[in-house]
Design a protein around this ligand. Structure first.
Ligand SMILES: [Zn+2]
Length: 140
């Protein structure tokens, strides 16, 4: 079970700056990097267009984004290590819909809100979300 999420500073700054420009819709990003035994390390974030029907309350990443991600992970041999999205007017806790999708992915999710609060989550063996610590590292 993952105990922490490491993300490099430049990629977190990129996400926060994208969030600043998109306060009225949920943002979506896919973190690419390395999966270790008990933590993941985000080395690159690919920001995706949110193509959900109701982007203020839900997110759906543009398939074109996954095409780019596929090209990146094929070249770098890295993995998708976290799913990143924001909540427009709420907390950073996963919604019921988030939880059912987290179950499919099995990797940490990083959730932000409009006040720039962010928290990483994983699902415990009981299916309940548990917050894990996020560490910012300098180099990607
Ligand atoms: Zn959510």
């Amino acid at each position: 079970m993952f105990k922490k999420l490491l993300i490099c500073n430049s990629q977190l700054m990129k996400v926060l700056s994208y969030l600043e420009q998109n306060r009225l819709t949920e943002i979506v990003g896919i973190g690419i990097g390395i999966i270790n035994k008990d933590y993941v390390q985000v080395r690159h974030v690919e920001l995706c267009k949110n193509i959900a029907r109701d982007p203020q309350h839900e997110f759906l990443a543009d398939p074109l984004c996954f095409h780019n991600i596929y090209k990146i992970i094929t070249k770098t041999n890295e993995d998708i290590v976290t799913i990143i999205h924001s909540h427009v007017d709420g907390g950073v806790e996963p919604s019921a819909k988030d939880i059912s999708n987290m179950l499919i992915w099995g990797i940490p999710w990083l959730i932000l809100n409009s006040r720039d609060v962010y928290r990483a989550w994983i699902l415990g063996s009981d299916g309940e979300p548990t917050a894990i610590e996020t560490f910012i590292v300098e180099s990607c």
